[in-house]
Design a protein around this ligand. Structure first.
Ligand code: NBG
Length: 832
């Protein structure tokens, strides 16, 4: 892969003979020892999993060595630690990534080859921890990588779900979900810390009392208590010694509970209690869709927030002791509103448990927290029924009321007589039922609020959080998302990495602006040919995987047109399908029509309860079935639904793409990060002016981006003035033919009912304006078709995309958070 050279610093070799010995001989010895003494196997009968585990432990030893050095360094320096609170971390497989970051990937692969075993099968063996739904969880993982790479002391805090995101199977064209048993063969990357645990309580009631100093205090008499146990995963930076921690909490029963029940003879009751407690961290919930007010989800949120804050207070006490300096020690980032309860919990811990004055506690709270918003979809903004809150977290509800009372007093002072504003800004939504608005709680309790792309931040200020922006504009800023080039270029696209590095060296891996230097080679024909060769090989590699997973044979010389992301109506996978059917109709009508051969590839999971999204998957597969078998279109169109899109197979997908579909309704996609991963791997984008697409287009140049569709402003004014999908339908015969083709049952073996809910939704409501954007989309797709025929020009555009994508490295994003929000600086770690 990359030359193991200078980039940052050479990997230190560690002490010969010890487990930190990074020499080949040292690692070989450690590996053999782990087969014997960790796995308990003779090498001759070791299974593939034994080999993988031994390899993982060998690498983990290196990480732990660096982690210890990182902690030692922290104890010597008085620094602020970034604490990233997120209900999701979608890490993906660790092994290969860690080899890259250690700077020994190539060496290890070569040695494995020499010794005659296939290291790819070991990479393949690793179950990925799918502890996230999509973009938000993956962003958290990219940020952990960048934090460590930039040598920023940081801890990620989250939940150790026993079952992560479900595995997706496609059966008869429908999505079928299977539980994700990622832990069944053990997880060599984590260290269980049974001695690091905190108690978390739920339910019961509160009771006022007077303390020794005669002050009014409240005591919470909870109904039940569980225990949160820490599981630590080391997160190493790229070619540095900084190794941070991801600390995930698992819920367990408190032993004393069982004993109590046991003593009164209710043994099985005690066991029930244990099962009940452990339920809290059983399963990951879907997000970015209507929240269902599930009690267990609120329990999860409170559980991990409380464990994490108690842990931080504990660490702070160990190092400092003076609680008033807490915010000097920790900068806490709230990744969306899932951890927003932190605001109330920190207040409770400081005021109730540590008997601090309200005002002092509030000052600490506000200077500690910062909040990132990740969605504009009104149905995805979290709000919890007040009743549920009152039963589960009675003390927190009181605290939220008190925060609200004081906050609304300020609002009233600033805007006298403006009762409508007070109602809009209240932490409690009383516009029909009573709900706690988590985004408002996060805004009020934080000193900084940010969106994840320029457009998204602007829309937050203009719309969703407009009142808050007006009252406290200084809190708001934009932090455009980024993705890590280590996983999404170096690991995923070794061919491209080699080619780039041969031309400009490997500094770009940690200094992505350096990619600009590729621009000087766009006119070099030989370089362009090498560039195409890399793409060709990546497409062949992916074609083999497609065949293996779906049985569909695709032609690597056709254009790979790819849309992979969660299934959602706003992301408009069905707009893509309408275009495919339009092409299909054209060929049926005129078999000689001139179209460049394309393979349309989809991937993504639908939330298990999201009927329309699941129907779209069925539609894709139904169209695929007919198109792929129709001799009239043979060699010209292919459609594939690639099952179980996840971080592990993403590495085969992004590098193989020619055309990246980023076609959400403008104003709906907060940022998108898949858009970045594709473009960094040399795909050209067809997209709307939505989320980070806007900035990607600005960076790569309008002439290297296929733009279509309404702007966010046009979308909102069209909706305001009464959007009529039928008007667009009537005016567009090609669209009519497409809808008719689906309605006729052509793709559903004559069944005219199957897709009716989807078609009716489009014809009569079309909330995501597919019909309004259809003509423009089809026209720009025609331009794509033309452009692809000129491979020299296409390659130039592809090179320029990669060269100009440096901005979208998560390193840049994290530098901005460090500078503007967290106010932290690198703390280099040495192995001496
Ligand atoms: C998602 C947005 C994406 C964005 C990621 C990361 C949620 C709630 N939001 O557009 O839909 O890229 O967050 O910021 O998952």
């Amino acid at each position: 892969m990359v030359k193991e050279s200078k980039a940052k610093q050479p990997p230190a070799e560690g002490r010969a003979g010890s487990r930190s010995d990074l020499s080949l001989e040292g690692m070989r010895r450690t590996f053999r020892e782990h087969i014997l003494y960790t796995q308990g196997r003779f090498p001759e009968i070791a299974t593939r999993n034994d080999l993988y585990m031994a390899m993982a432990y060998t690498v983990r030893d290196q990480l732990l060595h660096r982690w210890i050095k990182t902690v030692e360094q922290l104890r010597r320096t008085d620094v602020r630690i970034v604490s990233y609170l997120s209900a999701e971390f979608l890490l993906g497989p660790h092994l290969e990534n860690n080899l890259i970051n250690l700077g020994i990937h190539d060496r290890v692969c070569r040695t494995a080859e020499q010794e005659g075993f296939d290291i790819q099968t070991l990479f393949e063996q690793e179950e990925e921890p799918g502890l996230g739904n999509g973009g938000l969880g993956r962003l958290a993982a990219c940020y952990l990588d960048s934090l460590a790479t930039l040598e920023i002391p940081a801890i990620g805090y989250g939940i150790r779900y026993e079952f992560g995101i479900f595995d997706q199977e496609i059966r008869d064209g429908w999505q079928v979900e299977h539980t994700d048993e990622w832990l069944h063969l053990g997880n060599p990357w984590e260290i269980a810390r049974p001695e690091i645990f905190y108690q978390v309580s739920f339910g019961g009631r509160t009771e006022p009392y007077e303390d020794d100093r005669g002050r009014y205090q409240v005591r919470w008499l909870p109904h039940r208590t569980v225990k949160g146990v820490a599981y630590d995963t080391p997160i190493l930076g790229y070619r540095v010694n900084t190794c941070n921690l991801l600390r995930l909490w698992k819920a367990e029963a408190i032993e004393s509970f069982e004993f109590e029940a046991f003593n009164v003879g209710d043994y099985y009751g005690a066991v029930d209690q244990k099962v009940f407690s452990e339920n809290i961290t059983k399963v990951l919930y879907p997000n970015d869709e209507p929240i269902q007010g599930k009690q267990l989800r609120l329990e999860q949120q409170y559980f991990f927030v409380s464990c994490s804050l108690q842990d931080m207070l504990h660490l702070h006490k160990l190092i400092d002791g003076d609680l008033s300096r807490f915010s000097r020690r920790f900068a806490i980032q709230l990744n969306d509103t899932h951890p927003a309860l932190s605001v109330a919990e920190l207040m409770r811990l400081l005021v109730d448990e540590h008997e601090m004055d309200w005002d002092a506690a509030w000052e600490i709270t506000c200077t500690t927290f910062a909040y990132t918003n990740h969605t504009l979809l009104p149905e995805a903004l979290e709000k919890w029924p007040v009743d549920l809150f009152a039963t589960l977290l009675p003390r927190h509800l009181e605290i939220i009321y008190e925060i609200n009372r004081r906050f609304l007093d300020e609002v009233k002072t600033r805007y006298p007589g403006d009762n409508a504003r007070v109602a809009r800004m209240s932490l409690i939504d009383e516009s029909g039922g009573r709900y706690v608005r988590m985004a408002h709680l996060a805004c009020v309790g934080s000193h900084a609020v940010n969106g994840v792309a320029e457009l998204h931040t602007q829309l937050l200020k203009d719309d969703v959080l407009h009142d808050f922006f007006e009252m406290m504009p200084e809190k708001f800023s934009n932090k455009t998302n980024g993705v890590t080039p280590r996983r999404f270029m170096v690991l995923s696209n070794p061919g491209l990495t080699r080619l780039i590095t041969a031309k400009i060296g490997d500094d770009w891996i940690s200094r992505s602006e350096e990619l600009r230097r590729l621009e000087q080679f766009v006119d070099d024909g030989a370089f362009r040919e090498e560039w195409r060769q890399v793409k060709r090989e990546n497409k062949q590699r992916f074609a083999r995987l497609i065949l293996e997973r779906t049985g569909i044979e695709v032609d690597p010389s056709s254009m790979f047109d790819i849309q992979v992301k969660r299934l959602h109506e706003y992301k408009r996978q069905h707009l893509n399908v309408l275009h495919i059917v339009a092409l299909y109709n054209r060929i049926k009508l005129d078999p000689a029509c001139d179209l460049c051969p394309r393979t349309f590839i989809f991937g993504g999971k639908a939330a298990p309860g999201y009927f329309m999204a699941k129907l779209i998957i069925k539609l894709i597969n139904s169209v695929a079935e007919v198109v792929n078998r129709d001799p009239d279109v043979s060699g010209r169109l292919k459609v594939v639904f690639f099952p179980d899109f996840n971080v592990k197979n993403a590495k085969f997908i992004y590098p193989a793409c020619d055309l990246s579909e980023q076609i959400s309704t403008a104003g709906k996609e907060a940022s998108g990060t898949g858009n970045m991963k594709f473009s960094m791997n040399g795909a050209l984008t067809i997209g709307t002016l939505d989320g980070a697409n806007v900035e990607i287009r600005e960076e790569v140049g309008a002439e290297n981006f296929f733009l279509f569709g309404l702007t966010a402003e046009e979308v909102s004014s069209l909706l305001k003035n009464g959007y009529q999908p039928s008007a667009y339908y009537q005016g567009n015969p090609e669209l009519q033919a497409v809808i008719e083709r689906i309605r006729s049952g052509h793709f559903s073996r004559g069944d005219r009912e199957l897709f009716k809910p989807l078609l009716d939704s489009l014809l009569f409501h079309d909330p995501f304006l597919l019909f309004a954007d259809f003509a423009s989309y089809v026209e720009v797709q025609r331009q794509v078709d033309q452009a692809y025929r000129d491979q020299e020009t296409w390659t130039r555009m592809s090179i320029l995309n990669v060269a100009r994508m440096g901005k979208f490295s998560s390193d840049r994003a994290i530098r901005e958070y460090c500078r503007d929000i967290w106010k932290v600086k690198p703390v280099p770690v040495s192995l001496e």
